[in-house]
Design a binder for this molecule. Sequence first.
Ligand code: COA
Length: 160
Amino acid sequence: MTVPPCVEIRPADLSQAADRDVVVALLDAYASDPMGGGAALAAAVRAALPERLAAVAGARVWLAVAPDGTPVGVAVCFMGFSTFAAQPLLNLHDLAVLASHRGRGVGRQLLEAVEQAARALGCCKVTLEVRDDNERAQGLYKSLGYGGGAAPFRFWSKPL
Ligand SMILES: CC(C)(COP(=O)(O)OP(=O)(O)OC[C@H]1O[C@@H](n2cnc3c(N)ncnc32)[C@H](O)[C@@H]1OP(=O)(O)O)[C@@H](O)C(=O)NCCC(=O)NCCS
């Protein structure tokens, strides 16, 4: 049975040291999760991330905060642009909830906040990438109407 959600979703303030530390800690926990690759962020990345992320004009970051003030989830998004729609879009780059707080609707609340913001920003869609073997995340996304369309894309990359 799902426990009723009881977190506050608020934008992270990357100009504040406390929020910067929280965002790094939550992304580090995500990276350490099997679905994030299973390896903690390198020390150099942890050190550089807050300032560099704060400098990205289209970055939007939300935190899920438990009633006792503990940050338990994060969503990191970047503004993009759909040439086919001639409208902005919002890409969900990272969505993560601490393992101790999963299955209580926190991820759903974060994603709903992302969608709400995307609408307010005039975006035509929210995009995201999800691993084929991430059934939990796919379950969440499908339940909120996300899908790959008739011809799902492969998400490829080339390290430079
Ligand atoms: C994916 C993740 C963010 C979901 O957060 P969460 O707070 O546990 O999710 P919620 O409790 O809001 O679950 C919402 C929905 O997800 C689906 N879901 C949850 N657990 C599931 C599971 N074990 N299997 C399949 N679907 C599941 C359900 O549809 C659920 O809705 P319901 O509770 O009404 O049935 C979280 O599991 C996580 O941080 N995982 C590791 C990082 C990750 O994989 N991020 C996503 C990368 S694309």
